[in-house]
Design a protein around this ligand. Structure first.
Ligand code: SF4
Ligand code: SF4
Length: 98
């Protein structure tokens, strides 16, 4: 693809590692494995009780999916692309992609 020098891929399970290795090595996806992985929906979780409302995560989100309402961070799930960059920016470690 023109203009792309590298790809960062986040993986959470052994199945995801196997599927990506197969895809990158053989350039062919294992249909059954991918079907199983795609049936699993992920979401961004913010443990709101511990949120300090510092707004650090807002700057980390290039998609504009986060806001702070009444002192607590919230995610717009329609806008969030689950990149996880906000998680690293939170000093309270309360943001997770699960
Ligand atoms: S996971 Fe990515 S897109 Fe979603 S809220 Fe965090 S930084 Fe924004
Ligand atoms: S960075 Fe963490 S503590 Fe700060 S507003 Fe975001 S979720 Fe809350």
């Amino acid at each position: 693809m023109a203009g792309v020098d590298g790809v960062a891929i986040g993986m959470l399970s052994e199945g995801e590692i196997d599927a990506n290795l197969a895809l990158f090595h053989d350039d062919v996806a294992d249909e059954e494995t991918w079907k199983g992985l795609e049936s699993r929906r992920r979401s961004l979780r913010i443990m709101g009780n511990f949120c300090k409302g510092c707004e650090n995560c807002l700057d980390a989100c290039a998609s504009g999916a986060l806001s702070v309402v009444d002192g607590k961070a919230r995610v717009d799930e329609e806008t969030c692309i689950l990149c996880g960059y906000c998680a690293a920016s939170c000093p309270e470690f309360i943001i997770r992609v699960v």
